[in-house]
Design a binder for this molecule. Structure first.
Ligand code: DAK
Length: 260
């Protein structure tokens, strides 16, 4: 499918989804959100794809936020509708069978930070600037930022970032656990691809089940999460891949996973 504001490329089981609205530093307007929806569905429907790297076009921005021009004209109902649409896209990414890696190649502000937080893994280039500056515009984060940020960095740090609106460097984001790794700008995409390839080499059903279990940890107490893990573990033991993976180890050979 052809898109106007995003680019989708595929390399085997890996897809690279690039948000491309460079004149507005890749800000998320309604068109970008709509196209991300369509592209995500296209990638989920493609049974060959297992990992998606999401990045921004150019060297300056991942995503500089929701489109401020569009936010300016929102009334209360419009704000709720937009928030619900964006939230459901990010929910879809977070709970997808696909693994999403955010390659943060510059500004990730407001909606950009929220998109990155909906991904499974966040990698940043050394020039990244990350933050939730909405209160400076007289609004609050509307794509899940008030909920995902405290889950990643703790309540106090989430308040410090959100209430001051300060953007932080990649190194500071690494220190507080907002990103997992930092690379030189030229290394960001190659390193993201290496991580993607490692995931792709693993048992497909096991990767999906592990993602579901870790997501459950954020939404349940320890007891409930442990019980959920037992159920997922039981299901994974019934797959051919679990037999193949354990047999391959005993036979000192590489596993040949089939995804079933
Ligand atoms: N929206 C629209 N245009 C943007 C933009 C944005 N978020 N960010 C940058 N641009 C545009 C600029 O207007 C400029 O356009 P022209 O003037 O060239 O036409 C172009 O991109 C280049 O930007 P600058 O000239 O400003 O570039 P600089 O290097 O000088 O500065 C900057 C880069 C990232 C520091 C600066 O552009 C900036 O401060 N941008 C705004 C960052 C920001 O505040 N982002 C948060 C947006 S609020 C909700 C849903 C979601 C949200 C809230 C509610 N509901 C549905 C309720 C989320 C809100 C946000 O994300």
């Amino acid at each position: 499918m052809e898109y106007k504001s995003i680019l989708v490329s595929k390399e085997g089981a890996l897809a690279i989804l690039t948000i491309s609205r460079p004149k507005a530093l890749n800000a998320l307007n309604a068109e970008v959100i709509g196209e991300l929806y369509a592209a995500w569905k296209e990638l989920e429907d493609d049974k060959n794809i297992r990992v998606v790297i999401i990045t921004g076009d150019g060297e300056k921005a991942f995503v500089a936020g929701a489109d401020i021009g569009e936010l300016k004209v929102l009334d209360s109902l419009g704000g709720m509708a937009l928030s619900q649409r964006g939230q459901s896209l990010f929910w879809k990414i977070e709970n997808s069978n696909l693994i999403a890696i955010a390659a943060i190649n510059g500004f990730a502000l407001g909606g950009g930070c929220e998109l990155a937080m909906a991904c499974d893994i966040r990698l940043a280039s050394e020039n990244a600037k990350i933050g939730q500056p909405e209160v400076g515009l007289g609004i609050i984060p509307g794509y899940g930022g008030t909920q995902r940020l405290p889950r990643l960095v703790g309540k106090g740090m989430a308040k410090l970032l959100t209430l001051t609106g300060d953007a932080i460097s990649a190194d500071e984001a690494l220190r507080i656990g907002l990103v997992e790794k930092v690379f030189a700008p030229v290394e960001l995409l190659p390193e993201a691809k290496k991580i993607a390839e490692k995931i792709i080499a693993k048992g497909p059903e096991a990767v999906k089940a592990a993602k579901r279990c870790i997501n459950a940890a954020a939404n349940s107490n320890l007891d409930g999460g442990m019980r959920y893990e037992i159920i997922e573990f039981g299901a994974i033991c019934a797959t051919q891949d679990s037999t193949e993976g354990t047999t391959a180890f005993m036979e000192k050979r590489k596993a040949d996973f089939k995804g079933r």
